[in-house]
Structures are given as structure tokens and as C-alpha cells.
Design a protein around this ligand. Structure first.
Ligand code: HEM
Length: 505
């Protein structure tokens, strides 16, 4: 006689926790083997584990080490390297040209969309060129050099001078944290353009609550892209957590002021007044009130840490080199009173120092992820399947020894072709293509002219007004090491300077 079938209950009663663990482990191993066997990038060079998982890359991202991790992989495996089953690092110049050329079919990856936490996308996060193109065109006019010079140069100049006087005062009293002051300068300029009124952060020495919450929210969005489960934190009723994960309504409401200022023609205009005018006049493109709120936030987010961090590293790089510092002090001292940006554009050393800072310490040297179009492509001699994310990073291109001689040395003279120690390579077509601190192609930085104007004024005033300044002892190689969360920042989040010979009240 056959034994009676075991009831389900009795099967589970024999199922012990260690069985469960073995089952989960077996399923995980099977999944990993399946991923490795079907990995669309398995034919590419790269560490074996990147065929199985993106976890190693993720670890580098969440620990602020992504640019270094990828750069090391390029050094070991070459210009095309598998970073995870679906992401490939690209450090080959002709592939870079292909990926970022105008009219490219390699579109931004959905990483950008996941970063957006608001009801609509803005110029930075839009993916479809049919949506991005008209928006970009509208904004580009308000960020053109001509328009900025006519309408905003005096604001930038005044704020840069105020910022430098604050730095000088603090340094005179003991020490000044230029990281803090350059950040305040950049956010005050961006906020003024976006809202049409000064946030007076330089005057008070502090960010406003709106700016603080906006920065936290942006940080929260960056964290949630990497760890989506953290979205659940928005339900925790602690104000610091809420500001990071659930402050959209507060921010959108605050940004309504940008709409008010753009639509009322009574107050000081902001850049969106022109955008709206252009939109209505040309009948081209479309921008509604929610778009204005979102773009206003974009301008503040994209224009603050980028410019602030770049200025911080510039200060640090120059103050380590007293001869260069003196030369810059002399060049800027010879400027006429009431100089303008046109005068600054003609200063060889000032501009060379800015370029060299952007090469080694530009604030956005990370991967700019794009997706391989339908049909796949061939990059660096390898077939890359459609849908793969390809990531190029300026950090690697700006340090490529085949493109730059002595690439790790901060040498502004490489940008001055006539100087005795200039190396000709910066002028080669390869160097020109490789140099992309503001991104490349149709998605390059729309704020480039504003950023350059801020950098020029800040540097000119700083070296004119703060002579005989030096790094404080708290500012070291270690404190200035990069932390990389899409942008870079000094690990210590400060950079202190002081006067040689101590206090100057
Ligand atoms: C030194 C300062 C700056 C640096 C290094 C920088 C760098 C960059 C880079 C690398 C990109 C391309 C991002 C990508 O492809 O994912 C970008 C885009 C962008 N930047 Fe900047 N930026 C700076 C200043 C500014 C300023 C002052 C503004 C604001 C007004 C701004 C607004 C934007 C916007 C809106 C985009 C998106 C453009 C688009 O997708 O069409 N940036 N920036």
C-alpha cells in the first residue's frame, strides 16, 4: 500500500530556517550565473564581478569614490571598460566625440529623470531632444553673454566685490573659510537671476532657509536615485529628514516668487521675464508657471556648488604656489579702476589659471551617462549593444597622459601659447576635444557665460584685494581631497585662509 501524501503543513513543518537560507542562497547564485551568462557586455574588458552585479560600482558611488574607481579601471583595462552588466566606461576620444556630438543619438540616461523629484522635468533632466531643444533655446537667450553683460554684469561684479571684502574681513580677524564664501557668492548670484531680487546671503553671511532646504532636497534626491528604498524615509516625522526627502511642496511654493517676479513687470526683472517674453513673441517653445518654478530651482542648484567649488580649488591651488600668486596679484593690480569683464578676458594669467583649475578641479568631472541608441554601436573597436549606458568622465580625459604632458601638475602656463614654459599640447585638437569641464554638445552647460563671468570677477577681486594671503594650517592636502557625489567637493567642506603675519583688524 502507498503511504498517504504528506500534507502541505507537514512539508513546511520540516522546512527549517537553514533550509530557507540555503534556498535563498541557491536562487541568488542561480540569478548571478544567469546574469553573467546573459550579460550583454560580457565580451568587454573589465573586472569579472562586473559581469554579475552593479554592487561594486554602487559602493563607489555611495562612498563618494566613483570618479577614482572608474579612473582606476580605465588604467587597468583600457579606454572601454565594463562597469556593471549594463554600464560601460568610455575614455576614448573618438568615442567621446561620437557620444556627445551635436545631433547625437546617445540621449541622457534615465538616471537624470530619476534625479528629478518635481511634477515636471526641467532643462537639465529632459531626455527627449524634441522637448529639450525648444526649452534650451528659450533659456540660452537669457544666458547668452551679450544679454548677461547688458543686464547682469553689474550684479555679478557687486556681489563678487562684496564677497571678497567679507573674505578679507574674516581673514583679517583670524581666518576666512573661502569654501563658505564662494558658495554664498554663487548661490546669491544664481538666486538673484532666478528670482529677480537679492537673497542678501553675502550680507548676512548665511544661506536663507529656502536655499538650505533646496540643497538638502537635492542631496536627498541624489541619495534616493542610488537607494530607492530610502524614499520611505519621507514618512518619518523628523524635520531634518522631511527637509531632505519631503520638502517638495515647500520648495515649489517658495519658487512661486520667481513666477511672480517674472510676470509682474513692476519689480526688478528676473531672467524668466525675458524667457516668457521671448516665448510669447516668437510663439516658439512653451513655458508655464510650473516650468518657471522648476527652471528657477535648476538655475540655483546647477549654478551654486559648481561655481563655488571651482573657486575654492582655484584659491587653494594658487595659494600653494607663491610665485604664481604674486604674478596674479601683479596682473590684477594693473587693472583700471572700474574694470569690466572685457578687461578681464584680456588677462592671460587670470584666464589661464581658471582654465587649469577647470581642467584639474572643475566641479563636475563625473560620468555624464548616455544610452546607446537602437541598433547598438561600435566604440573603441567594441560592439556595444543598444540600451547600454555609456559613461564618459572629464576626470579621466583631463588627466590623460597621451593628451596632456605632465597631466597631474597644475601648470596654468600650458594655456598661454607664447609663454616660455608653455607646452603646445593644450592647443592640439585632441586637447580641445578632451577638455570639457562644462560638458559637451547639445547638453553642455547653459550657464557657462555666467559661470565664467563669476569666476573672472571673483578671482580678479580676490587677488587685488587680498594680497599676502596664505592657506591656514587647517587646510591640507587631506582636507582638500575630493569627495565625489556627481560634483566634487573638498572632503572637509571648508578651505581656510589667513593673512601672512596673522591678524589685520
Ligand atoms: C564652474 C561652474 C560650472 C560647471 C563646472 C558646470 C558644469 C556643467 C556640466 C558638466 C554640465 C553637463 C551635465 C550633463 O551633461 O549631465 C552642465 C549643465 C548645465 N548647467 Fe552648468 N556648470 C557650471 C555653472 C553653471 C551655472 C552658473 C548655471 C546656471 C545658471 C548652470 C546651469 C546648467 C544647466 C541648466 C545645465 C543643463 C543644460 C542642458 O542639459 O541643456 N551651470 N553644467
Amino acid at each position: 500500500m502507498e503511504p498517504p501524501p504528506e500534507s502541505q503543513a507537514s512539508i513546511f513543518s520540516k522546512f527549517r530556517p537553514d533550509h530557507f537560507a540555503i534556498l535563498v542562497l541557491s536562487l541568488t547564485i542561480l540569478k548571478l550565473i544567469f546574469t553573467a551568462l546573459t550579460c550583454p557586455t560580457r565580451h568587454l574588458p573589465g573586472p569579472w564581478y562586473t559581469r554579475f552585479t552593479h554592487l561594486r560600482l554602487k559602493r563607489a558611488v555611495v562612498t563618494g569614490q566613483r570618479i577614482f574607481y572608474i579612473d582606476n579601471l580605465h588604467k587597468k583595462y583600457g579606454p572601454i571598460v565594463r562597469l556593471s552588466p549594463h554600464e560601460v566606461g568610455v575614455a576614448d576620444l573618438s568615442s567621446f566625440r561620437e557620444i556627445h556630438r551635436i545631433g547625437t543619438r546617445y540621449l541622457k540616461s534615465d538616471w537624470y529623470q530619476r534625479l528629478a523629484n518635481f511634477p515636471k522635468l526641467g532643462v537639465f533632466t529632459m531626455i527627449d531632444p524634441r522637448e529639450h531643444g525648444p526649452r534650451r533655446k528659450l533659456l540660452s537667450r537669457s544666458f547668452s553673454r551679450t544679454y548677461l553683460v547688458e543686464n547682469w554684469e553689474s550684479v555679478v561684479r557687486k556681489k563678487a566685490l562684496l564677497c571678497v571684502s567679507k573674505i578679507r574681513d574674516d581673514a583679517g580677524r583670524g581666518s576666512a573659510d573661502v569654501y563658505n564664501w564662494w558658495m554664498l557668492l554663487a548661490s546669491d548670484v544664481s538666486a538673484h537671476l532666478a528670482f529677480g531680487e537679492s537673497f542678501r546671503m553675502l550680507e548676512s553671511g548665511h544661506s536663507t532657509q529656502f536655499i538650505r532646504v533646496l540643497k538638502k532636497l537635492t542631496m536627498g534626491a541624489g541619495i534616493m536615485v542610488e537607494m530607492p528604498l530610502l524614499r520611505l524615509l519621507r514618512f518619518i516625522p523628523i524635520s531634518a529628514v522631511q527637509e531632505m526627502f519631503n520638502a517638495n511642496d515647500y520648495i515649489l511654493k517658495g519658487a512661486g516668487r520667481a513666477v511672480e517676479m517674472a510676470r509682474s513687470r513692476t519689480g526688478e526683472a528676473n531672467i524668466f521675464a525675458k524667457v516668457i517674453d521671448d516665448c510669447e513673441k516668437e510663439g516658439e517653445g512653451h513655458i508655464d508657471d510650473m516650468d518657471v518654478r522648476i527652471e528657477a530651482m535648476n538655475v540655483i542648484i546647477a549654478g551654486t556648488d559648481t561655481t563655488g567649488v571651482t573657486l575654492t580649488y582655484l584659491t587653494w591651488a594658487v595659494l600653494q604656489r607663491p610665485a604664481l600668486q604674486r604674478a596674479l596679484e601683479e596682473e590684477t593690480a594693473a587693472l583700471p579702476e572700474g574694470f569690466t569683464e572685457n578687461d578681464l578676458i584680456n588677462l592671460p594669467l587670470l584666464n589661464a589659471v581658471i582654465e587649469e583649475t577647470l581642467r584639474l578641479y572643475g566641479a563636475a568631472p563625473s560620468s555624464l551617462p548616455r544610452v546607446v541608441p537602437e541598433g547598438g554601436s561600435v566604440l573603441g573597436g567594441y560592439h556595444i549593444p543598444q540600451g547600454t549606458t555609456v559613461s564618459t568622465q572629464a576626470y579621466t580625459f583631463h588627466r590623460d597622459p597621451y593628451i596632456w604632458s605632465d597631466p597631474l601638475t597644475f601648470n596654468p602656463l600650458r594655456w598661454i601659447p607664447t609663454s616660455a614654459t608653455a607646452t603646445a599640447e593644450a592647443l592640439t585638437p585632441d586637447a580641445k576635444t578632451a577638455f570639457h569641464p562644462f560638458g559637451a554638445g547639445a547638453r553642455s552647460c547653459v550657464g557657462i557665460h555666467l559661470a565664467r563671468m563669476e569666476l573672472r570677477y571673483a578671482v580678479a577681486f580676490f587677488f587685488r584685494e587680498c594680497r599676502s594671503i596664505r592657506l591656514a594650517q587647517s587646510t591640507t592636502e587631506e582636507s582638500m581631497e575630493f569627495e565625489n557625489f556627481f560634483l566634487i567637493a573638498p572632503k572637509a567642506h571648508r578651505c581656510e585662509i589667513t593673512f601672512r603675519g596673522g591678524r589685520r583688524e
